[in-house]
Design a protein around this ligand. Structure first.
Ligand code: ZN
Length: 117
């Protein structure tokens, strides 16, 4: 048995008024429904991406702790010093580093611990 109720509702997506057959209808059309759904999923993706960026900006140390091999820039961040200082420490043999390519120096994170022991 189909109901004959008619309710005026506002579409969640286009915000146009429409006549719905149930009080639960949220959209004026299937188009608006799927468009709103798409927009929502897109927003979630953007949200997650933003969160990731915030994490990288606010908790760089936490991110670096998870890495086994660090770049000179990473080491500088961890040691709260400049890359110049890090290069000097490497030259002085204070930090063990591997030059895997030109301008690509890697430091094993655990090797940094020996700096402080
Ligand atoms: Zn609509």
């Amino acid at each position: 048995m189909s109901s004959n109720i008619k309710v005026q509702r506002i579409c969640l997506y286009c915000e146009e008024e429409f006549t719905a057959r149930t009080t639960k209808t949220k959209y004026c059309s299937h188009k608006c429904n799927s468009r709103h759904y798409k927009a929502k999923t897109k927003n979630i993706k953007i949200d997650n991406s933003n969160k990731e960026t915030i994490n990288k900006v606010l908790f760089p140390i936490e991110q670096l702790k998870a890495k086994e091999f660090l770049t000179v820039k990473d080491v500088a961040t961890l040691l709260n010093s400049s890359t110049r200082t890090v290069y000097r420490l490497i030259e002085q043999g204070e930090i063990k580093a591997v030059n895997i390519a030109e301008r690509k120096t890697l430091v094993k994170r655990t090797d940094l611990d020996s700096l402080f022991t």
